[in-house]
Write a protein that binds this ligand. Structure first.
Ligand SMILES: [Fe+2]
Length: 180
């Protein structure tokens, strides 16, 4: 039997109901490695004929976790950002992504004059899965046609997040879509 999306969603539901904490998220990360090892899953959701876009594969109404596939077209380097109160798990489906972790090292008093420093840089190759826990500042860089699967703790469109500008040394809050 091959391990497919419904198996993954059912298992991560159980894991997150039992404990939506760092230990639980690490278990979800390991389950995603199992999912990405299944060529049928990759072919169905991240295959070469898939049109570029972001697809919602599942939303768990109880835990709030969202599973997305990111079928990228052109390569891109994101600015450093966080996901507010949400954690995120990135699983590389095809090609690779370079992940960078950052830490804000100023005293946090002035969002117009910030300082952030790179703390870790690593490459996720196909089949590998990384975890960004709550509040972790990170940036990603991927080549053309990279594909990845992501689980976020909640729907990111519904929460405030932060985006950091390295050139101008500023940070701005990206407001939740539902916010007034
Ligand atoms: Fe992110």
């Amino acid at each position: 039997m091959s391990y497919m999306l419904p198996d993954f969603c059912a298992e991560i539901h159980q894991i997150l109901m039992a404990g939506n904490d760092s230990a639980g998220r690490e278990k979800v990360r390991a389950k995603m490695e199992k999912l990405l090892a299944n060529e049928k899953f990759i072919a169905q959701f991240c295959g070469p004929e898939k049109k570029p876009g972001v697809y919602t594969l599942n939303e768990d109404p109880t835990t709030g976790a969202v599973v997305l596939s990111h079928v990228m077209g052109e390569g891109h380097a994101s600015p450093p950002h966080d996901h507010g109160v949400s954690w995120a798990i990135y699983g590389q489906a095809t090609d690779h992504t370079v992940m960078t972790d950052w830490a804000r090292v100023d005293d946090g008093s002035d969002d117009q004059n910030i300082e952030i420093r790179e703390t870790r840089k690593y490459r996720l190759n196909a089949g590998q899965v990384g975890l960004f826990d709550v509040g972790q500042i990170h940036s990603i860089e991927y080549p053309d046609n990279a594909r990845f699967v992501r689980v976020t703790g909640v729907d990111l469109n519904g929460i405030d997040r932060k985006a950091y500008n390295l050139k101008h040394k500023t940070v701005k809050t990206i407001r939740a879509e539902s916010a007034a």
